[in-house]
Design a protein around this ligand. Structure first.
Ligand code: ZN
Length: 76
């Protein structure tokens, strides 16, 4: 059984296609807005979106957290 509150690591992805605002969005694997696999770069497992964002910045200059799954890291 998976207890979501006890899950400390999450698998994160970054969309290789920039959003209309020019930013590449970071998503957690369980996001319901997760783009198709062909658009995703697997960032790996992180304990929070802050760490995932750091990794995503190695690929893209302008990254942002998804509003749905990475609310803590979402700017605009
Ligand atoms: Zn998302």
């Amino acid at each position: 059984m998976i207890n979501k509150t006890q899950r400390i690591m999450g698998l994160y992805f970054v969309n290789r296609n920039p959003h209309t605002n020019g930013k590449n969005e970071v998503h957690e694997a369980s996001c319901r807005n997760l783009p198709g696999k062909a658009s995703l770069i697997n960032l790996g497992d992180f304990k929070d979106c802050m760490h995932a964002m750091k990794e995503a910045k190695k690929y893209f200059l302008n990254v942002d957290g998804c509003l749905l799954c990475c609310r803590q890291c979402h700017k605009k």
